[in-house]
Unconditional design. Structure first.
Length: 201
């Protein structure tokens, strides 16, 4: 957490002290995990270690589009001499899709010494899975003279929040009991937006 930019997979981890929750001050850790392909949303999982000293994050080995849209990716290259590369890519994509052991990877994130976290629903049994809170932000990739011609993209990400130092209460207290509600709402917002893919100046 002293150097959050060094965490793997674009994961940004920040600590905030003295957050007021229910008239009580607590310290908290917030995790921001980018989603490179929205179809991977249900495959990303975070589990708190039994001793509260870290997380195990499971995520796809590669984003879905790299194994599903092989032909489309190589059409973008516009180079007909890349047939061997496309064939090698197709073979790799097929191997990933047909071999379960190649589909996911795990990252073990260890908290600095002295930082222990707990979940409100962790009762000493096996349930230490964090709730995925899905969010989407519209970002301007290229600003142009007219706002309606700005090149924009929708960037999805996951937020996890934990309290520190023996607090047996999860910081995130939302009405939804499951992340599917957040994801469905975000998807509906996204479906009403149009993102330009034009490359013309």
């Amino acid at each position: 957490m002293n150097h959050p930019e060094r965490n793997p997979g674009g994961l940004l981890v920040v600590r905030a002290n003295n957050i007021k929750v229910d008239k009580e001050l607590i310290d908290a850790i917030t995790f921001y995990k980018p989603l490179f392909d929205m179809r991977d949303s249900k495959k990303v999982k975070a589990v708190l270690h039994e001793n509260g000293g870290g997380l195990t994050i499971t995520e796809p080995s590669v984003p879905t589009y790299l194994v599903k849209e092989v032909v489309e990716i190589h059409l973008l290259e516009g180079d007909k001499d890349c047939v061997p590369t496309q064939q090698a890519h197709s073979i790799a994509a097929t191997n990933i899709q047909t071999k379960e052991a190649r589909q996911d990877k795990q990252v073990h994130l260890m908290f600095p010494a002295g930082i222990i976290c707990k979940l409100d629903h962790f009762n000493g049994k096996k349930n230490r899975k964090l709730k995925n809170n899905f969010r989407m932000i519209e970002t301007i990739v290229e600003k142009r003279k007219s706002p309606d011609k700005d090149r924009v993209q929708l960037t999805p990400f996951i937020v996890w929040k934990l309290t520190i130092d023996g607090e047996a209460r999860h910081l995130e207290q939302q009405a939804s009991d499951d992340s599917d509600d957040d994801w469905d709402a975000a998807s509906k917002r996204m479906s009403s937006m149009q993102v330009s893919s034009s490359t013309a100046p």
